[in-house]
Design a protein around this ligand. Structure first.
Ligand code: IPE
Length: 277
């Protein structure tokens, strides 16, 4: 069986985060080159991408992460209803996904996209949905999925399933996954101090659960959990003996090196205990 790696492309890396629906096609293209390299070296990739400005801005405006609001609260939102906003965000995410699928197919990478609103429900690390298509993906096929608006049970009705939650279950439940790579935008990994104050020595190269790090995230823009959520889900995965590394995706060769298990500038997560997969 070929080795598999799971890669999360952060939304802040592949889109201009504060401008509505602006993909960074050059970045997407060079990251796609690295997937091709992996395939050529015999590694299958499961790609999960974030939303950036194709998801967070409208999801925030219409408070989609909170689920169904009562009528008095929803009247304070923008001109659309929450239901209309769900349709729009799902459509916008499919549009971002299309850019990514085009970048992959342009490089002759055989890729299959599985939008979560079609197969997953509930949010958080124990979201529901069968991973059989990821598990049974034929050799050489890149399976792709992404953060999305999904249905939820009960009064909540819907919520936002983050790509960080998707990678956690996928890495642990799909056999032969050796590594999980978070490719993030703007920083080299997890920093000890806020990015604006950070120098090259502030990168935490090996992060343990005892570390204090800068977990600040742009809650003004993000509806999911920023670096704190990645670290949390990353430790969960690392406990199963899977290598978890965060790298600056603005340097695509680092993503490839991390996929191959080479030493790379970034943050490696060191679990406190280990469970066998
Ligand atoms: C968020 O997914 C999905 C939506 C807002 C629709 P992620 O949590 O994976 O996205 P990024 O990586 O933070 O952009």
């Amino acid at each position: 069986m070929r080795e598999r790696v799971v890669i999360k492309w952060g939304g802040g890396l592949i889109t201009k985060k504060d401008v509505l629906k602006q993909p960074r096609l050059d970045v997407i293209g060079s990251l796609a080159d690295q997937i091709l390299e992996c395939n050529l070296l015999g590694i299958d990739v499961i790609l999960v991408h974030g939303a950036g400005s194709f998801g967070h801005l409208k999801a925030k405006e219409y408070r989609l992460a909170e689920g169904r609001l009562n009528p008095s609260d929803s009247s304070t939102l923008g001109p659309m209803t929450q239901d209309e906003a769900i349709v729009e965000v799902r459509k916008d995410m499919l549009e971002l996904n299309k850019h990514i699928m085009e970048a992959l197919t342009k490089r002759d990478i055989s890729a299959v996209s599985l939008p979560p609103h079609q197969w997953a429900n509930e949010t958080g690390a124990d979201f529901k949905g069968s991973l059989e298509h990821f598990i049974h993906a034929p050799k050489g096929i890149t399976m792709v999925t992404f953060g999305d608006v999904v249905s939820c049970e009960g009064d909540k009705e819907f919520g936002i399933l983050s790509g960080d939650d998707l990678v956690a279950r996928i890495a642990v439940e799909v056999p032969h996954v050796k590594r999980l790579i978070f490719a993030i935008g703007g920083v080299d990994g997890v920093l000890a101090v806020p990015p604006m104050q950070a120098g090259p020595d502030d990168l935490i190269e090996v992060l343990t659960t005892e570390h204090v790090f800068d977990g600040e995230h742009e809650s003004a823009i993000d509806v999911t959990g920023g670096i704190g959520l990645k670290v949390d889900r990353g430790f969960y995965v690392a406990e199963y003996g899977i290598d978890v590394t965060m790298v600056n995706g603005g340097h695509p060769s680092r993503v490839l090196d991390a996929c191959l298990g080479r030493v790379v500038r970034g943050t490696k997560l060191h679990p406190s205990s280990s469970i066998s997969k």
